[in-house]
Design a protein around this ligand. Structure first.
Ligand code: GDP
Ligand code: MG
Length: 294
C-alpha cells in the first residue's frame, strides 16, 4: 500500500497555539504548552501516523530578542526547516486578526518557496462574524493556501486540516516507526514536562532564564522510575524564587511534573529535583548542545 509521508513545518507567532495543534494532530502530548511566549525552545518533531500517511511535524521555536546564541540557533533553525519541509502549516490566532508578525512569516514562507496551508486557530472563541473577518484577514496574506478554521484546544476541524496536509506529501514510505510519536529523547521529553511547570508557576524573567537538565533516569526493580533532574537558573535571586519560601516552589513544581511524567510513562515516579546557578547558560554552546537545542 502506498503511503504519503513527509515534513510539515509549523510556523506562526508565539501563543497562536502551534504546540497545542501539534499535540492535537499527533494525539499525544509531545510539545509543552503555556501562555508564555517562547515556550518552545527546541525544534520538536511530532509524528502522526495512519495506514496511508505519516506526517512529521516540526514545532519551530519562536524568535525573540535579545539576540544571544540561543536565539541565533532558533532563527537559523526556522529558516532551515522551512526550506527543507514539504509544506508549511501556518497557524494564525483567529482572535487577533493578521499583524506585522504574520506578514513577516508569510514572506519567509514565500522566500522558502514552500507550499502553505493556513490554520485559523482558536475558532472556539469566535462567533460567525469574527470567523468571517478572520478568514478575510488570512486571505489578505496573499499566500496560495487553503484556510482551515480549527480549535486545537478542542480538536475541532483537525481532520480536514490533516487531509489537506497529506495532499502535499510525496508518495513514499514511513520515515519513522509507526508507533513513534516524537523524536525527542526520553530525557528531553521529561525535562520539558518539568520546564512546563516552571513556566506555569513563575513570571517575568524566570521563564526565559530557566533550563532543565535530566541527570539520571533509573528503572528500579520495584517498578519505580527514579528521575534525577536539575533546574538551571542564571542568578542566585532566580534560584531563590525557584526554591520558594521553605522550598514550597520547587516542591510544587516537582509534584506537578511528577504527575505529568507518570501519565506519560504509565509508571510510578520518584522525581528528585534541585536548583543550581549557572551564569550565562544561554550563551554556553556546550550546554546548549547537551540540552538538545540546535
Ligand atoms: P504556541 O506558542 O504557538 O506554541 O502556543 P501554545 O500551543 O503554547 O498555546 C498558547 C496558548 O493558547 C495556551 O494557553 C493554549 O491553551 C491556548 N490555545 C491554544 N489553542 C487554542 C484554541 O484552539 N482555543 C483556545 N481558546 N485557546 C487555545
Ligand atoms: Mg509552542
Amino acid at each position: 500500500m502506498s503511503v504519503r509521508s513527509g515534513f510539515v513545518a509549523l510556523a506562526g507567532r508565539p501563543n497562536v497555539g502551534k504546540s497545542t495543534l501539534l499535540n492535537a494532530i499527533v494525539g499525544e502530548k509531545v510539545a509543552i504548552v503555556s501562555n508564555r511566549p517562547q515556550t518552545t525552545r527546541r525544534a520538536i518533531r511530532g509524528i502522526a501516523t495512519a495506514d496511508d500517511y505519516q506526517l512529521v511535524i516540526v514545532d519551530l521555536p519562536g524568535v525573540q530578542r535579545p539576540r544571544d546564541p540561543l536565539t541565533e540557533r532558533m532563527q537559523r533553525r526556522m529558516e532551515r526547516e522551512l526550506t527543507e519541509s514539504d509544506v508549511a502549516l501556518f497557524v494564525l490566532n483567529g482572535q487577533q486578526g493578521v499583524g506585522p508578525g504574520d506578514r513577516f512569516i508569510a514572506a519567509a514562507i514565500r522566500n522558502a518557496g514552500v507550499p502553505a496551508v493556513i490554520a485559523l486557530n482558536k475558532a472556539d472563541v469566535l462567533n460567525r462574524a469574527q470567523t468571517a473577518a478572520a478568514l478575510e484577514a488570512a486571505a489578505s496574506l496573499d499566500l496560495d493556501a487553503e484556510i482551515f478554521p480549527v480549535s486545537a484546544l478542542r480538536g475541532a476541524g483537525v481532520g480536514p486540516l490533516v487531509a489537506e496536509l497529506v495532499k502535499h506529501m510525496p508518495e513514499g514510505e514511513y520515515l519513522y516507526p509507526p508507533e513513534e510519536r516524537t523524536d525527542l529523547s526520553e530525557q528531553v521529553q521529561l525535562a520539558e514536562l518539568i520546564r512546563e511547570q516552571v513556566l506555569m508557576r513563575t513570571r517575568e524573567e524566570i521563564p526565559h532564564a530557566v533550563e532543565v537538565e535530566i541527570d539520571e533516569i533509573e528503572e528500579r526493580e520495584d517498578g519505580l522510575l527514579l528521575v534525577v533532574a536539575r533546574m538551571w537558573a542564571e542568578t542566585e535571586s532566580q534560584k531563590g524564587i525557584l526554591i520558594g519560601a521553605r522550598g514550597r516552589m520547587v516542591r510544587d513544581i516537582g509534584s506537578a511534573a511528577r504527575r505529568e511524567i507518570e501519565q506519560l510513562t504509565g509508571r510510578r515516579v520518584h522525581l528528585d529535583l534541585s536548583v543550581r546557578v549557572r551564569k550565562g547558560w544561554r550563551a554556553d554552546e556546550g550546554l546548549l548542545d547537551r540540552l538538545g537545542i540546535d
